[in-house]
Write a protein that binds this ligand. Structure first.
Ligand code: SF4
Length: 248
């Protein structure tokens, strides 16, 4: 690959550089993107996952390719039991320890400071406190993070590139599955018999915190339907800034 011997930090991350890199990676496939990331950043690159299907693919491919980098998840204290159980299952099956990244603010303290059930009254602030700030803190000592973002997931994500500069966290963001569809990811999971969250079989296409995740009817095309149902909110803020990202 043309760029594999170049140190990205000796380059200015210009639009031109990223355009050329992304255009080359468009046909490369997710494994090549992971290889490029590891070659460039080594263990300063981390994988963040919420244990959705894309995350399962990435955990498996890294394991199969023998790439040992830190893997983390954001624990808001509000995840489903099935999600915590899946994490344990993955750790056992792949002999991994997945890092828990979380806020020091307990749910009780949050309720005292901002009112009960902040996810109902001000979900952007809730996500900011429980996801955006802990992530920023964790990534402050890293150089790159891998995500499971895909263009096909939603309108918000349709411009996802393989390699992007993440200005909120001041790291490079790597999205190896940017041009994959949900069906392609599921086909892979089924063909390799990888573990996945059993809630997907109960009508949850996308799984996050309990209060903000709903069952949906099978007709809707948006893969992230069921998140913040009924609210004018489609992202938590870790990938696309929300209005509250400036609140500290
Ligand atoms: Fe709070 Fe809901 Fe965001 Fe979870 S997804 S941090 S409960 S607003």
């Amino acid at each position: 690959m043309q760029y594999e011997d170049q140190n990205i930090f000796n380059q200015k991350l210009t639009d031109d550089f990223l355009d050329r890199l992304n255009s080359e990676l468009e046909a490369a496939g997710p494994s090549q993107v992971l290889f490029w990331g590891y070659h460039t950043f080594g263990t300063d690159m981390v994988l963040g996952t919420g244990f959705g299907p894309s995350g399962m693919f990435l955990i498996y491919r890294l394991w199969e390719m023998g790439i040992k980098i830190p893997i983390f998840y954001l624990d808001t204290h509000l995840l489903f039991d099935e999600t915590y159980a899946l994490k344990e299952r993955i750790e056992k099956r792949f002999n991994l320890t997945i890092t828990r990244v979380s806020t020091d603010l307990s749910l009780g303290q949050q309720a005292e400071r901002f009112g009960q059930e902040l996810w109902k009254t001000d979900p952007n602030r809730c996500c900011h406190l429980r996801k955006v700030l802990p992530l920023r803190n964790y990534l402050s000592e890293k150089k790159a993070w891998i995500t499971g973002l895909r263009r096909a997931q939603s309108k918000d994500r349709r411009n996802t590139q393989f390699v992007e500069w993440d200005p909120e966290n001041e790291v490079v963001k790597i999205n190896p599955l940017a041009n994959w569809t949900g069906r392609e990811v599921w086909n892979y999971i089924e063909s390799k018999e990888l573990p996945y969250n059993p809630l997907h079989d109960e009508g949850y296409p996308s799984i996050g915190c309990i209060p903000c995740t709903s069952v949906v009817d099978a007709e809707s095309k948006d893969e992230r339907r069921g998140r913040w149902k009924g609210l004018d909110k489609t992202e938590c803020g870790i990938h696309h800034p929300t209005q509250k990202n400036n609140i500290e």
